[in-house]
Design a protein around this ligand. Structure first.
Ligand code: FES
Length: 159
């Protein structure tokens, strides 16, 4: 009898221990699932790609072969500043074209415009005569350097 009792206790003990072990493992197994509840940001909107298919602009070069301007582009008694070429072309009298460096002799600013018969530097207000580039108003004290041009028909070209 005593042996039966002991064996039954041993069975209960082992079942109890096993049950406890099962319960622990079940709890720990179920408890590790908490990280799966995060919702991913799957809603990233599809951004429209920038349009890179702009047509190539193939505007004809204005100075193909050295042509700077047309004579009609230069007003009589005035002039036009060509910033890219750093040249100002003037037409003091009809049919007479002159060209000068567009860099002011005061501090080297590019001249900005031709107004009332004078080439005007916007930096400090120097003025130069359209006929010969001489200083008509300071602070510059040297004339604009003359530039060689050729007039062929209605085309003005750099010489
Ligand atoms: Fe032209 Fe001074 S740089 S006026």
């Amino acid at each position: 009898m005593a042996d039966d009792l002991q064996s039954r206790r041993a069975v209960f003990a082992s079942v109890g221990a096993g049950g406890l072990a099962l319960a622990i493992s079940a709890c720990s197994g179920g408890g590790t699932d908490t990280t799966a509840n995060t919702t991913p940001d799957a809603g990233t909107p599809e951004s429209s790609a920038p349009q890179s298919g702009a047509p190539e602009s193939s505007a004809p070069a204005a100075d193909g072969g050295g042509a700077l301007a047309k004579t009609a582009d230069i007003p009589v008694g005035g002039g036009t500043v060509f910033k890219d070429q750093k040249i100002v072309v003037t037409q003091p009298t009809e049919g007479e074209f002159k060209a000068f460096s567009a860099l002011c002799t005061h501090k080297g600013c590019p001249v900005g415009s031709v107004e009332e018969g004078a080439i005007v530097c916007p930096c400090h207000g120097s003025k130069f005569a359209i006929a010969d580039g001489s200083v008509t108003g300071g602070p510059a004290d040297k004339p604009l350097a003359a530039q060689e041009i050729k007039v062929d028909g209605d085309q003005i070209m750099l010489a």
